[in-house]
Design a protein around this ligand. Sequence first.
Ligand code: 4AD
Ligand code: MG
Length: 462
Amino acid sequence: MKRTKVKAVLQTAPEGQEVLVKGWVRTKRGNKYVTFIAVNDGSTIHNIQVVADMNLFTDESLRDITTGASVSVLGTLVQSQGKGQTVEIQARTIEVLGTADPETYPLQKKGHSLEFLREIAHLRPRTNTFGAVLRVRHAMAFAVHQYFNEKGFFYIHTPIVTASDAEGAGEMFRVTTLDPVNPPLTETGEVNFAEDFFGRSTNLTVSGQLEGEVVAMALSEIYTFGPTFRAENSNTSRHLAEFWMIEPEMAFYELEDNMDLAEDFLKYLVRYALDNCQDDLQFLNDMYDKELLNRLNFVVGNEFQRLTYTEAVEILKTAKQKFEYKVEWGTDLQSEHERYLVEKHFKKPVILIDYPKEIKSFYMKLNEDGKTVRGMDVLFPGIGEIIGGSQREEDYEKLVARMREVGVPEKEMWWFLDTRRFGTVPHSGFGLGFERLLLFVTGMGNIRDVIPFPRFPKNAEF
Ligand code: 4AD
Ligand code: MG
């Protein structure tokens, strides 16, 4: 007989039909007449209740059915007598596929802290919380592709190993096959990367943008969705060393169009979660954050506030709140400042534009004032920056001048500069941090809890 997933079983009208379910035992309880076994197979946050009539089973035959054990249950689907579920399975046979010794199974008891669960990242998908987070993560990834597909954007796979530093921030993981103990040396005693696998020094990508721009100069509207790597030593609840980023890049878009797309895209994703992840979001709302659903609905239903960096600095300078870091025109905003604007001042998502060029990447389009660039950051409640993007500098001369100013190697970037030499057009794009989006949608407080196997300084065990 074919196995039915628990989600489907729970949606089936019970008419005493035969069903086969397989999954992991969450709880077992009962008395001498009947044993109740809650089985979960990850297809939904809900368990199916399996009822074992003790006229048919013995304590001995159910001995190995403990929390965490895997089982295959054959029985009939009936209306539930008890509270809390509509259907249940009256078991005919229960086969234990794999035991889980109660003495040593780490998830024997409920209610472990998220910190503890991080230490057993290989088992935490079996908890309600991580099951919910991972299902929402899947739904959001799917919605990303659906959104862009509906809009006629093409999904482009950009390289993971690259020779360039797309953000010019120097936070890269080196990729090499050279012997770390005895690397080949140049005449001047430096490591000779000409002898390395690619014949040059390479690293893991920090962003697919530059390659994305290249393809947008042919297919008009593209997006990337892949892993990106940053060797910044940020031990915060919002940074990972390996995270996933969605980067649309659009020919013929100016900054206004870019902002419109970012706002529409974020609202679409949040609405998709509200429409398709109700059970999981309700669980997360009840367990961790009673304001979660309200916040999600608010974002979908309200315009984002748009203002310039300069206007934001004015607001922050006159704010009554004490900040740890002082705000002056020209300094990068800290997360405390971003959150003040979003949570206290405007009480809604904010899009900041026209940043001082010194604190932004070399590729952003210079404004007429010569001081600011057409960058945009989307700031969200509880998160701070969720999207970073810009209109790009499409003028060859201006771009080269900027690269020289900040020391981006012009020679190695010849292929990128070619986009500005041949058929250049105004274009724009942005990057959405997928895990930052998930922090917002799930209401989880730490970015390490929205990715199955987090990578952060001093941690790559699993
Ligand atoms: O602002 P960032 O650095 O922008 C770029 O990488 C551009 N190339 C994007 C583009 O215009 N195509 O990063 C974009 C987003 C941030 O807003 C944030 O959401 C996320 O990526 N992000 C991180 N997420 C988790 N951990 C980190 N260390 C992150 N760094 C950036
Ligand atoms: Mg940024």
